[in-house]
Write a new protein. Structure first.
Ligand SMILES: *Cc1c(COP(=O)(O)O)cnc(C)c1O
Ligand SMILES: [Zn+2]
Length: 476
């Protein structure tokens, strides 16, 4: 025995890493192979999650994993330069490299939002820009995994004709573009009139079969669940936990970008709640494999008009009731009946979680204030920033804390939101509106306009900075 153990330690050849679907219901824990067309447990109908052979992964030391991830990060070594596939062994170990459909996702920048932080009262605030990605949102992180697995299943003879999703916009954009890259047909079901033009144009351009349904996201979700009962149409919504496997790298990547230091808090906007579950799952895996020893606190931010998780949080998660989501500028999180509710609550309990919501004006003003300090926010990032400001004001986040806000999409996808804000046509005051000034085309008029406008800009800047001083004075 003794010799066998010693021998095991010396073995250097890579272990065969393995992953499978497992029912999240602890009383069931039924397992299924990843190449089975299945989205919920056959035995108890709970959601599934991807589980890994942690013992095999633990054969490599934490230090060795960190070194491997660092060596691959943004390298030119295909497919390992991708933020997802650089962590392939932790994501989808059994896929053949030939079937990987990667558009070099992940590896997005994490920047110190120094000026915004100072204005709202945080010294160490960072933004993780997941929207600086191929299709302009974090959805790419999960879609590369799902579409790669589909490609692998097709190569093994699975009768998949198309991949379908219901979407509030960004999922369909990511699905369409990854499918287009792989030569697989995509189908997207969108709620008519509820997504931005920029989001609609993406799946159209990428050749998806686009169906516009006169309902909301939850209505589209109900339909897509029915049509994907036919196994030739594969379901790409985040109920499919393959996407979570890709998305879980976001927390890992943040920690890696901080030289393996764990921040105190991570704030993430939540709708269907797959992403918060993914964030938690990646961080737990890092802890279990010894790469980190502490966990950050996780904050989920919701729009007040679509805040079923917040309502449940206010009741200590003792009950959960789906709601009909009201119209919100944060259209990607206009969801009243989140698919991943059970996983999200589990995550929040493990991460000392907080849920906070934000009104339309709060989210729009927070996004605009962020833009004033060098960001270019989508409304969902606005929700996260607004929730953070409220938590700082309530004393739940301390000014010395190291905080990361996950920015979920690129602001360029939401130009209508921004234009309407600055034209002050959103139906509430736009605190940071910045309207163009119309001036006759002569130097005298321009000079005069500039003198006035610069004075006004300076006053605005002083007002922002005074607001901070007042807050500080109140805090001490
Ligand atoms: C999908 C999406 C979200 C919400 O993510 P969930 O996993 O549904 O909670 C937030 N912001 C943007 C921009 C999105 O596209
Ligand atoms: Zn089950």
């Amino acid at each position: 025995m003794h010799f066998a153990n010693e021998y095991d330690k010396l073995k250097v050849e890579p272990m065969p890493y393995r992953a499978w679907f497992q029912c999240i219901n602890e009383k069931c824990n039924e397992q299924y192979p990843l190449n089975k067309i299945i989205y919920r447990c056959k035995a108890c109908d709970s959601l599934l999650e991807v589980k890994h052979d942690m013992q095999a992964l633990a054969h490599r030391s934490a230090k060795a994993w960190m070194k491997l991830f660092e060596d691959r990060y943004k390298s030119t070594q295909w497919p390992y330069g991708s933020g997802i596939w650089g962590k392939k062994e932790w994501v989808l170990p059994q896929i053949s490299d030939d079937n990987i459909v990667s558009l070099y996702e992940g590896g997005t920048n994490l920047f110190w939002a120094e000026r915004f932080g100072k204005i709202i009262g945080l010294d160490n605030l960072w933004l993780k820009l997941c929207g600086n990605s191929h299709s302009g949102s974090f959805k790419d992180l999960g879609m590369t995994v799902l579409v790669s697995q589909v490609k692998q299943m097709i190569s093994e003879g699975a009768p998949i004709q198309a991949v379908a999703c219901a979407s509030t916009g960004d999922t369909s954009a990511a699905l369409a573009v990854y499918c287009a890259a792989a030569g697989i047909q995509s189908i997207v079901l969108l709620p008519k009139g509820k997504i931005s033009m920029a989001q609609l144009v993406q799946p159209i351009a990428n050749g998806a079969l686009v169906l516009s349904l006169d309902t909301d996201f939850d209505g589209c979700m109900r339909v897509v669940r029915e049509i994907t009962k036919d196994e030739t149409i594969y379901l790409a919504n985040s109920m499919n936990s393959l996407r979570i496997e890709g998305q879980k790298t976001v927390g890992m990547e943040i920690v890696q970008q901080f030289d393996w230091e764990v921040p105190d808090g991570i704030i993430i906007p939540g709708g269907n709640l797959g992403n918060v579950s993914a964030l938690g799952s990646g961080l737990l895996m890092m802890r279990d494999l010894g790469l980190i020893t502490k966990l950050p606190r996780i904050v989920v931010a919701q729009a007040e008009r679509a805040n079923p998780l917040y309502r449940s949080y206010m009741k200590n998660f003792e009950s959960f009731e789906p709601m009909e989501a009201g119209k919100t500028l944060a259209s990607a999180i206009q969801i009243g009946d989140p698919v991943s509710i059970v996983k999200a609550i589990r995550t929040l309990k493990q991460f000392n979680g907080i849920v906070m919501d934000a009104t339309e004006q709060e989210l729009a003003d927070a996004a605009a204030l962020g833009d004033r300090t060098g960001m270019f926010n989508c409304p969902h990032t606005g929700v996260a920033l607004a929730a953070m400001i409220k938590l700082i004001n309530a004393g739940k986040i301390d000014r010395s804390e190291h905080v990361v806000v996950i920015s979920t999409a690129n602001g360029l996808k939401f130009t209508d939101f921004k234009v309407n804000y600055h034209e002050e046509t959103l139906g509430f005051p736009s605190t940071y509106a910045n309207k163009p000034i119309e001036v006759p085309a002569n130097v005298g008029a321009v000079k005069k306009a500039l003198t006035n406008a610069l004075k006004k800009k300076n006053e605005q800047k002083e007002a922002l900075e005074n607001a901070l001083k007042n807050r500080r004075a109140k805090n001490v």
